[in-house]
Design a protein around this ligand. Structure first.
Ligand SMILES: [Zn+2]
Length: 360
């Protein structure tokens, strides 16, 4: 029989050995969102408290982005991607999909239907060649997105209610609820003039997603454009206030209509821009003017303009000229299990800030 001292040592040793195993599978029950650097493309990975995963967009073709996406998924402990959502058929959104599916099993792919012709009506078009890997990739199944579609996700005991919903796709929007119809709509201020239609017309067809976790709400509108964005918030605000706004269209001025931003009234914006794409003057000014906004994150330092269009350097994941972290770095958000707060970290700069969820 062991002496008490030896027993204690044994127990401690066993504890040390057991602890990592005991907790390896136990969840902290946060809802995690990773913005993966696709240098001006879209690639946002959501991991639910029960480790289900949703990848919204897949970056561009050519290995760079898919390698980063798969690395982020594996670092998050995933062995497969449960749901892959494609907002629209531009290369910086669907381009990496087949490469991702080659590298890690993909369950369900959700899109608005693969276009038969060039989605931007361009002639001549190499779209048939570009879409081939996506059309032929091996995945569990394929589903069509429609407005109001709820993406089935498991509920996790002891956490806030989780809901991922497609609120618009192909210029079709969710219907207002009876309560929304009955509610007095607060004025969102001056209605900005329309802009010429986007030449890359498929942007206008973007699928738009709203993720909620208790009172916490996150908006990902793909590349939805200026003339269509207001339909989400006016004359009836179909989406309502959100906590975190992923800037539409990488922060280009063809999107980010001030009416949308005022209707969403975000606390935080995360811009999936590239060094020379997005964060344009109008979108930047709109965000700066948004009084609810407490912080503005950028995937990349904006290089083609004066530095006054860049946010706090601590909130920029990738910098290209100032000697900081160069590229491939993520931004991560963890929403607490009760949905009442969320922490956004920029591992490359060491920034970590916690925000209170806004009561809706
Ligand atoms: Zn895009």
């Amino acid at each position: 029989m062991k002496t008490p001292r030896l027993l204690l040592i044994s127990l401690l040793a066993a504890g040390w050995l057991l602890a990592p195993n005991a907790f390896a599978g136990a969840k902290d029950k946060t809802l995690d969102v990773y913005w993966i650097d696709s240098e001006g493309g879209g690639s946002t990975l959501i991991v639910t408290p029960s480790d289900e995963s949703v990848l919204i967009d897949t970056g561009s073709p050519g290995a760079r982005d898919s390698v980063r996406i798969v690395a982020a998924a594996k670092a998050a402990g995933l062995t497969h991607i449960d749901n892959m959502m494609i907002t629209h058929f531009h290369g910086d959104h669907f381009g990496g999909a087949a490469e991702v599916a080659d590298a890690i099993p993909v369950g369900t792919v959700w899109d608005k239907g693969i276009p038969e012709q060039d989605p931007d009506n361009k002639v001549p078009s190499n779209f048939p060649i570009r879409i081939k890997p996506y059309r032929e990739m091996k995945v569990g199944k394929r589903e069509l997105l429609e407005p109001g579609k709820v993406i089935p996700l498991k509920k996790t005991a002891g956490t806030a209610d989780l809901l991922l919903r497609c609120v618009a796709v192909s210029q079709k929007f969710i219907e207002p609820t009876a309560a929304q119809r009955a509610a007095k709509q607060p004025s969102l201020g001056e209605v900005p003039a329309e802009k010429p239609h986007d030449q890359d017309v498929d942007n206008e067809n973007s699928a738009v997603f709203l993720l909620s976790f208790g009172q916490f709400r996150f908006f990902d509108g793909g590349d939805l454009t200026w003339n269509h964005e207001p339909k989400l918030v006016s004359p009836i605000n179909l989406v309502g206030p959100v906590d975190v706004y992923q800037t539409d269209h990488h922060g280009l001025d063809r999107s980010n209509n001030p009416l949308l931003i005022r209707g969403l009234a975000p606390t935080v914006a995360v811009m999936n821009n590239g060094p020379r794409k997005g964060n344009e003057a109008g979108a930047h000014a709109t965000l700066k003017a948004q009084t609810t906004l407490q912080a503005f994150y950028q995937m990349h330092e904006t290089l083609m303009v004066d530095s006054d269009r860049n946010t706090d350097p601590a909130l920029i994941a990738n910098t290209d000229v100032t000697g900081g972290p160069k590229d491939g770095n993520i931004i991560k958000m963890s929403v607490a299990a009760d949905g009442k707060s969320y922490t956004i970290t920029v591992p490359s700069t060491g920034s970590s800030r916690t925000y209170k969820t806004t009561a809706k």
